[in-house]
Design a protein around this ligand. Structure first.
Ligand code: 6PG
Length: 476
């Protein structure tokens, strides 16, 4: 047995991860259900490092040093369970199974418990960065036992993206913590992309600008506080021309966004935990809405566009307004995402370090952004920060952006440009900072129709008004 780590499942992500490991000097055992993939990987990239290919799962397991570390890179769901079932009888106490797919954290918790019963470690690991990241340095979010991280840490920290010499990998917490954090990462990715898309839509409508002109605006924004991978590739996609038609690429793509499910899981989990991740939820629903082609066609017929053109008065002011509104809304999305991680950590006893999470998102992952350094600082300075919105750097940006944010959302509403994520982020901000919320009336209604009781502002205890009787108040 010579290999330090194995990879089974050699589709593009598994293949690139295996190459990354080999390029960093690790001896990598390889396995794939159909051996052609294993052979082609060795034939095309064998020179990049030391690979130990096997055709059978038994030979693959036997080629690994103990404790064995087996990385599973297959589709989430039933295919992952099938590979685990095949592996377990071949492994020995103390061996480690790493699942690098986008698994649901509840599945990871179940698998971790089951494998623990066999004396094995199961490490659900979030990996972000797409194909390129897997090859050149992803952001890696391993869950599982601290003991398993003693073996995996040095390997994963070596192959992860590095920012200022710090690896974009750290042990997130036990059992499903890694996959939970990756799930929320994807939720933030949904919100980030929806906000970018709304900004693009606003600029296009308000300025009657072409996609190429808007690409230039995003390119400029990428030189400032908004600097991030997603803003950078937005400029790239907007600049692209379709070869077949000569039209802007965005104009030949069907306007129906798809999803594989991580955004939906994020929203479902936030509902369970009672965390209002409104921006992420709007972004997820905006994708669903875009796919309801029949309803959209019916509504277009019923409410045709009046054809009035929206033209902003001053181009530069508008562009700067949209930039500020985008930054403020983006801060809300991250604030909500980090609240969600904190709630998950409490619920499942994971003890997740929020500053540490921001640290490993600075490079490698899809939501990598300059301001993650500020998030790290904010949570490192105040571990129990009530919300990211009040950390000084963020409070300054949000506070200074409020007038622009209101103008953009109001203009969009007047012009009929849908901005679900911009507007819901602003509503979230206004609700958080409101002196009094109309929730008091909701409590009154609940007490009226269902005797659900309420608390008073001036006295301890639960109360009920005898609505159908003499309307006196009784202590419940
Ligand atoms: C990443 C991405 C990656 C994948 C998403 C896409 O971090 O590298 O998030 O995991 O691109 O799963 O998700 P949707 O298909 O749901 O948009």
């Amino acid at each position: 047995a010579t290999a330090q780590i194995g990879v089974t499942g050699l589709a593009v992500m598994g293949r690139n991860l295996a190459r990354n490991l080999a390029r960093n000097g690790f001896t990598v055992a390889l396995h794939n259900r159909s051996p052609e993939r294993t052979r082609s990987l060795v034939a095309e990239h064998g020179g990049e490092g030391t690979f130990v290919p096997s055709e059978s799962m038994a030979d693959f397991v036997a080629s690994l040093e103990r404790p064995r570390a087996v990385t599973v890179m297959v589709k989430a769901g039933a295919p992952t369970d099938a590979v685990i079932d095949e592996l377990v009888p071949l492994l020995e106490e103390g061996d480690i199974v790493v699942d690098c797919g986008n698994a649901h954290f509840a599945d990871t918790r179940r698998r971790e418990e089951a494998l623990r019963g066999h004396g094995l470690h199961f490490v659900g690991t979030g990996v972000s960065g797409g194909e390129e990241g897997a090859l050149h340095g992803p952001s890696i979010m391993p869950g599982g036992s601290a003991e398993s991280y003693r073996k995996l840490g040095p390997i994963f920290e070596r192959i992860a993206a590095q920012v200022e010499g710090v690896p974009c990998c750290r042990h997130i917490g036990p059992d499903g913590a890694g996959h939970f954090v990756k799930m929320v990462h994807n939720g933030i990715e949904y919100a980030d992309m929806q906000l970018i898309a709304e900004a693009y839509d606003l600029l296009r409508a308000g300025l009657s600008a072409s996609p190429a002109e808007i690409a230039e605006i995003f390119r400029e924004w990428n030189g400032g506080e908004l600097e991030s991978f997603l803003i950078e590739i937005t400029a790239d996609v907007l600049r692209h021309t379709d070869a077949a038609t000569g039209r802007p690429f965005v104009d030949v793509v069907l306007d129906q966004a798809e999803q594989k499910g991580t955004g939906r899981w994020t929203v479902q989990s936030a509902l369970d935990l009672g965390i209002p991740i409104t921006g992420i939820a709007e972004a997820t629903f905006a994708r669903s809405l875009s796919g309801h082609a029949d309803q959209r066609a019916a509504a277009r017929r019923a409410f045709p566009d009046a054809g009035e053109k929206w033209q902003v008065d001053d181009r530069d002011t508008f562009v700067e307004d949209v930039r500020r509104a985008l930054l403020a809304s983006k801060i809300v999305a991250y604030a909500q995402g980090f609240d969600h991680i904190r709630a998950g950590s409490r619920e499942y006893d994971w003890d997740i370090d929020l500053g540490g999470t921001a640290t490993i998102w600075r490079g490698g992952c899809i939501i990598r952004a300059r301001f993650l350094d500020r998030i790290r600082e904010a949570y490192d300075t105040e571990r129990d920060l009530p919300t990211l919105l009040v950390a000084p750097w963020f409070a300054d940006r949000v506070g200074a952006g409020v007038p622009a944010w209101r103008r953009v959302v109001a203009d969009a509403a007047r012009a009929g440009v849908p901005t679900p994520a911009f507007s819901s982020s602003l509503a979230y901000f206004d609700a958080l900072r409101a002196e009094r919320l109309p929730a008091a009336l909701i409590q009154g209604l609940r007490d009226n129709f269902g005797a659900h009781t309420y608390h008073r502002v001036d006295r301890e205890g639960s109360f009920h008004t005898l609505w159908a009787g003499d309307r006196s108040e009784v202590e419940a």
